[in-house]
Design a protein around this ligand. Structure first.
Ligand code: FA5
Ligand code: MG
Length: 418
């Protein structure tokens, strides 16, 4: 079932239907028909889709590498949790503070002031820990009002992993005198290396296990064929935190974020006697590197030339994607005076996307200029239009491009310089 916007409802006072449930809209609502059209596609659950293949390979790695005493897989997998979550799940449950940039209306898709399209699979962490699990994977579609280019798209897919350890399971392999004195918790101070309640030995072993697991996953997916590196970073829900980047076409591409889970989350989820790690990996990014897929928009294509290449008998069969000849791009500029305040570049990206859909390849700010006498600010955007399956004519694009200019004036309060 696809999501639908009920007829003619404005942003206020209407309702919006997502996956068969109806939500009251309010002044926070900013989901668009274009984005709702993507909800429910579940590319990661479509057999033989490249995102499904990547998910299956990651599951296979975890199933083979980690079993319990009875030989059963340690990690349980959730890949059909609905993408509409509460703001509490997406943010508060993960200690994302009020006012954090990720909460901005310009960055996420809100169904209302209470519900949103999840911006990451981490939105399910707390609830799954609370249900008693010690090791799980969550795969799902996630939504963000990001800029569009060949590696960013407003809807993409993540796979989350969480593993918890109690004192016994974390220190089980540490031998020798003094091993029985090892503790998970102490009351100390937070430092760049650890949280205040964790002992250094608990953090170091957890971090080591996390990095070994993810390096193992990379080796399993890519063999020796890919160069990767760890980068320090921060998340409100892990400390310490790291990102992994892989070398792709000569530049570093971020593929995942991870870290030692904030103890307050575990304490609040009934796991106060355990420490844990978590990671979230971008499935499109991995598939692009593994299969040589050049453009993230291709994942949404129903083109047979694309899909046919992934219909293989075994998930392990190597694939190298054969790009169909690239049709020529058409580049058009649009300039306008910005309103004195309240202008967000993301709103313009969103507007272009809602009018031109996948025909937009990229939007770049070509000129940012302030008129010295009037103090007014002007932006010029360069929009590259390209169809994945045919050559566009300038006539076709001109009609669209004009519509973009007019919509920007009526919806964003800009004044066109065209
Ligand atoms: C997160 O979303 C964290 N929830 C990850 C995490 C989980 C950290 C658990 C710690 C513990 P981030 O915003 O960096 O982090 O996104 C994670 C990955 O999603 C990125 O590394 C990238 O691979 C992918 N990603 C992010 N934005 C986009 C996008 N617009 N298009 C495609 N892939 C994206
Ligand atoms: Mg990141």
């Amino acid at each position: 079932a696809r999501a639908r916007c009920s007829e003619r409802d404005g942003p206020r006072g209407g309702t919006v239907a997502v996956l068969g449930r109806s939500y009251d809209t309010d002044d926070v609502t900013n989901v668009t028909p274009h984005i709702l059209g993507l909800v429910g596609r579940q590319l990661h659950n479509q057999e033989h889709h490249p995102l499904w293949l990547i998910k299956e390979r990651i599951k296979d790695f975890f199933y083979k590498s980690f079993t319990n005493r009875r030989g059963n897989p340690l990690f349980s997998v959730y890949d059909a949790l609905p993408p509409v979550v509460t703001l509490e799940q997406n943010f508060d449950s993960l200690l994302v503070p009020p006012g954090h940039p990720s909460r901005r209306r310009s960055d996420s898709y809100y169904v209302s002031g209470r519900h949103m399209l999840r911006a990451h699979t981490s939105a399910h962490q707390r609830d799954l820990v609370r249900s008693g699990l010690n090791a799980f994977l969550v795969a799902g579609d996630v939504y963000r009002r990001d800029a569009v280019d060949s590696t960013h798209y407003p809807a993409f897919h993540q796979l989350e992993g969480v593993r918890l350890f109690d004192r016994h399971s974390l220190f089980a392999e540490v031998q020798g005198s003094g091993a029985e004195g090892l503790r998970l918790f102490e009351s100390g101070a937070r430092t760049p290396l650890k949280q205040e309640t964790h002992t250094m030995e608990a953090v170091k072993l957890t971090e080591f296990n996390l990095k070994e697991t993810l390096q193992g996953l990379m080796g399993y997916l890519f063999g020796e064929g890919v160069q990767w590196r760890w980068v320090d970073c921060t998340f409100p829900f892990t400390h310490p935190s790291f990102e992994m980047e892989v070398l792709h076409h000569g530049s570093w591409l971020e593929v995942l974020g991870c870290g030692v889970m904030e103890q307050r989350i575990l304490d609040g989820a009934g796991a106060a006697d355990r420490v844990g790690w978590a990671f979230g990996v971008g499935l499109e990014r991995l598939a692009m590197v593994l299969y040589g897929i050049p453009d993230i928009r291709l994942f949404w294509s129903s083109n047979e030339h694309f899909l046919r290449q992934f219909r293989i008998d075994s998930i392990h069969t190597p694939i190298h994607f054969q790009a169909f000849s690239k049709y020529p791009p058409l580049v058009n500029d649009v300039s306008f005076w910005l309103p004195p305040d309240g202008y967000e570049e993301n709103d313009f990206h969103e507007l272009v996307r809602s009018l031109a859909g996948d025909l937009v390849e990229s939007i770049t700010l070509a000129d940012d200029y302030v008129d010295k006498t009037t103090g007014r600010r002007s932006h010029c955007y360069r929009i590259t239009y390209r169809h994945m399956e045919k050559t566009l004519t300038q006539q076709e694009v001109a009609v669209l491009h004009e519509r973009v200019g007019r919509a920007a004036q009526t919806q964003l309060g800009v004044i066109g310089r065209f």
